[in-house]
Design a protein around this ligand. Sequence first.
Ligand code: CAA
Length: 307
Amino acid sequence: MPSTSAPGQQQQALTPPVPAPSPSAVTVSTTSSDGTSATSISTTPPEPLILTANPPDSHVLVIKLNRPRVLNALSTALVDLLLSALKSADADPDIGAIVITGNEKAFAAGADIKELASLSFPSIYIQDYLRGVSEGIPSFKKPVIAAVNGHALGGGFELALACDTIFASTNAQFGLPEVKLGTIPGAGGTQRLVRAIGKAKAMHMILTGDTMSSTEALNAGLIAKVYPPEQLLDAAINADSLAKTMASYSRPIVAMAKEAVLQADQLSLSDGIRLERSLYYSTFTTADFTEGTTAFLQKRTPSWKNA
Ligand code: CAA
């Protein structure tokens, strides 16, 4: 995985948000189909499903999806941990932006098909399966950026689409192959892809399961930037106009700008413009509006109060 630090900065390792149990402490319980259960001590701790890092001085939290053996397939447990890490970061005053990434082979190859095959309609209906991806992620106030290497398929692509923007590497592949499994995209894909690239291209991808390269995705306006794979994460954090820059501005102002943009999908043009105007007027009540305009006139860097 590329460095999570800017050149010259101290590198910081990715760690599980909750420390992994020590090998001697891991107890594995199994229940067989006849109902008998067994407990054994394992010396291999379970692999953390996500890893996080907070590169020094960046105010950015990096969340790495970590099920490499199954191309970061999105199990319910992984999605729960991801949402919980996002919730903590959204409430953390030290964090101004979040980057979600995978590994060099996959951002995420979709919902976990093994798990899907075991689910029934009543259970997914009752548990609101994947609603946290389609509706939870856009509800966070801070910018959430998907940094996509390799496969972003099915629910993995929908996760990226639910983020505020997507940066990708030259080897990224985007697709909604659910039709090949006898189902349809269920975490926002049919709605967000149409809005991102238009009906004709979205319909083609959804009805064929065909993938789109990062070059096509950039041309279609689906993603914001493309980098060589080994530079992607560092660029997503540190390069101009990316996560670190977003995190350097006033938190409430960035949140208001994000809200206004996200509402463009929901509202009529006149309602959207009305909302924008009301948020714009609201910025004039903030200390950071006073600070930003004063700093400009005094030819100095603003010192944001986040108020
Ligand atoms: N769920 C569970 N396991 C998955 C997976 C998924 N979505 N995608 C890949 N894996 C597993 C494979 O089963 C394989 O495991 P084993 O080694 O135990 O066999 C391992 O990851 C590596 O995968 P491959 O050997 O298939 O790797 P590849 O490089 O040959 O192919 C691939 C890569 C084209 C991405 C292929 O793995 C693939 O087609 N994956 C499924 C993609 C897909 O259909 N995603 C949609 C899921 S449904 C969904 O997301 C619903 C929704 O809308 C929310």
